[in-house]
Structure formats: C-alpha cells, structure tokens
Ligand binder design. Structure first.
Ligand SMILES: Cc1ncc(COP(=O)(O)O)c(C=O)c1O
Length: 375
C-alpha cells in the first residue's frame, strides 16, 4: 500500500476504469512538469530516451522485442492502425463479439464504405469459445477481434484455444488486452497472435491518454500506413542536425508510433508505473490479485447479490460483476460510495475491480456496505 497514495481514505476498487499512479509515477510526473516549467531542463536527448525507455519496459512486460512495440495513446490507436492499414478486399468480413466493449467494434464498423462487413458472434456464456468461433467463420473471414477480458462480465477468453483456431484458419487474431494485462501475465511467445493492443491507464496504472500495441512483423510490414514523422526519422541521431530528408526504412514498429512520441507528461510517469509493476513481479501481482478475487467472490456469496462473473480460475479475471434488482443495484452503488468504496456501475450491474494496491480490508469494507443495503 505504501507504494501508492492513500486515495483520500477511500477504497478504490475500480482499476477496470482507471488505475491510480503509484508514487514513483507521481514523482516522474512531477519531474516532467518541472522540466516544462523550466524548459532548460528538457535535454535534446530526452526526445529519444523517453520513448526508448517506455518501449523497453513494455517489451519486458509482454516478452516481446522493443523493435515490435508501437507507442500509442489508447487501445483504439492500435485497432485504428489495423483497420485503416490492412489491405482489404470488398466482401472481406470481420468477426466480433456481441457484448464486447465498443472500442473493439467501431474501428471495423467504419470499414463498411470499403466493402468490409462485420458479423457478431453471440456467445452462449460470457465470452466466445473456440468452438463458437470456429462455427462462425466463413471463407470471407479475414480477422477476429476480441477483448481478452470482457469489461462488462469479467470473463476471460481461452487465449490458447482461440488463438489456435485463428492460426489454423489463417484468420488475423487481434486481442485487446486492456482489461487483462497488468492483473494477468502474458508472454507473446506463448500464443499465436496477429496483434495485441492495450490502453495504459487501467491495470497498467498509467495516465489517461496512454496505450501501446504490438503487431506481428509480417502483418505490420504489409499495412498501408504512410506515416512520415520527422522525429522518428532522427532516431539514433540528434536534434543538432535534422535536415537530412532521406526516408528511413529501418524504423520497425517506431514508424507507426503516435506523433510527439516523447510525450513527457504522460510517458515519463507511465514508464515509472510499468517499471514498478515489473519490479514487483507480474506473476506476484497476478497471484495477489487472484487471491483478492477468491476472497471477494467468497464474501459476495454471503450477500443477496448474484455474481455474474465466472468463478473458476481459468475463465475469471480481476473483474467481478454482481447483479440484483435495478433498485438494489442503484442503492448499493450509493451506499458503497457513502461508505468510501469506489466501484463502477456498468450495464445495470456493480463492477468490482481490485488490484495490487488493495487489501482484504477494502473488500471487507465493500461487503459491509452491501450488507447495509440488504437490511
Ligand atoms: C476492453 C476495453 N478496451 C478499451 C477501452 C478504452 O479504449 P481507449 O483506450 O481506446 O479509449 C476500455 C475502457 O473501458 C475497455 O474496457
């Protein structure tokens, strides 16, 4: 807990909405602001070293090469690169999941004008299974996009099984890891993926307006994205001489970065957050979060609220959604807030999302509030 602030004495059980900055990230943000208040403190070199350090940290986080990490500002940034960059043919089809977060839907819907259609899979349980995916594929299917963890019910997909279906059928598999990565470990070498995208401001505890994506090198190189960003072209050089207009072809993922890649105010604290997570150990955080979830689910069973999220380890996540009659949900949200517990109300349900800065004490506080509602 001492790695984070005191959250104003409240219990923040809402990482699925926003993850708080750890103290080291607050320090880094302070440094970035000091630099901007006294710009003499901004070194020329930092325009390269800031994105370099973030790319390295993100690569470590997912077991990838830094050369393959694209720096962005959201989960959507990576999806937008793919949707606009893939060389589509009229009649191509994208498969999506009915009930998924809208960020996974809109980037593909806007392709209608290019003759690309979208088809939804309606999962029988909370998320799509490998069998459902296989059953819905057609010869026209080019790409399947899904969240790793569903924002509204906390179900995690079976990554291995789903990625295998896509590999065997030659369909691009695009994973939105925004509600998983940081609470769950992921190593890119374990799965066959075409692309992974993730926002930085939830389980990765970065500022709002951060994100990254990884795109398999062969897919990335085939994208029709023509970014000519002057600062990327200076990579390995300096700001002292920049009027060499030769086009670089050795920039790898860097040539897809969002512009103003040094973005000091956001990327300095986000780097500190990721390095903090790495120092704590991603496996340890996953185990800690999972233990909190076991405790939360066990305690929720004592209440009148019904757990919507899966309870088995393989399909659950650090998001636990509970439901009740609408009036009871609204009253519970108000009582939780009055009791100093912050959760989210999403799609008529209560969503709890504890993370490694929480303790059983926060869970007890939430459960006490739910019992007050029942009285
Ligand atoms: C699964 C998922 N993807 C993406 C986002 C946010 O998308 P973006 O970072 O593009 O704004 C959210 C936010 O709640 C989410 O739950």
């Amino acid at each position: 807990m001492s790695d984070f602030g005191l959250f104003g004495g409240r219990s923040w059980l809402n990482a699925a909405h926003q993850g708080p900055l750890p103290n080291v990230a607050i320090e880094a943000a302070r440094k970035a602001i000091e630099q901007k208040a006294s710009p003499n403190l901004i070194s020329d070199d930092s325009f390269f070293s800031v994105p370099h350090r973030l790319r390295e940290a993100l690569a470590n986080l997912i077991g990838a090469s830094p050369e393959d990490i694209i720096l962005g500002n959201s989960a959507t940034y990576g999806l937008d690169l793919l949707a606009n960059g893939i060389r589509w043919s009229a009649g191509d089809e994208v498969l999506l999941v009915d009930g998924d977060f809208p960020a996974d839907v809109f980037p593909w819907l806007v392709l209608k004008a290019r003759g690309v259609s979208v088809r939804f899979i309606k999962p029988a349980s909370g998320v799509v299974t490998a069998e459902e995916l296989r059953g819905k594929m057609s010869p026209r299917t080019r790409l399947f996009c899904t969240s790793w963890v569903n924002s509204f019910n906390g179900h995690a997909i079976d990554l291995q099984a789903v990625s295998n279906v896509c590999r065997h059928t030659g369909v691009y598999f695009v994973l939105n890891a925004s509600q998983g990565l940081g609470a769950k470990c992921l190593n890119m070498t374990d799965f066959s993926m075409s692309a992974l995208t993730c926002c930085g401001y939830k389980w990765l505890c970065g500022p709002y307006g951060t994100g990254f994506c990884w795109i398999a090198p062969d897919l990335r190189e085939s994208l029709q994205v023509n970014h000519g960003y002057w600062l990327a072209m200076q990579e390995g050089g300096s700001l002292a001489h920049m009027r060499d207009y030769s086009l670089r072809s050795d920039l790898h993922a860097r040539s897809f970065d969002i512009f103003c890649t040094a973005n000091f105010l956001n990327f300095m604290p986000w780097t500190a957050s990721i390095e903090h997570i790495l120092a704590k150990g991603t496996k340890r955080i996953e185990e800690y979060d999972d233990e909190l979830i076991s405790y939360l689910i066990a305690e929720l069973r004592r209440t009148n609220f019904q757990v919507v999220s899966p309870e088995d380890r393989a399909s659950r996540s650090a998001i636990v959604v509970v439901t009740a009659h609408e009036r009871q949900v609204n009253r519970a949200a108000a009582v939780l807030a009055d009791s100093g517990v912050d959760i989210a109300v999403r799609e008529g349900n209560l969503r709890f999302s504890p993370h490694f800065y929480n303790s059983r004490w926060d869970i007890d506080r939430a459960i006490d509030a739910l019992f007050k509602v029942q009285r």
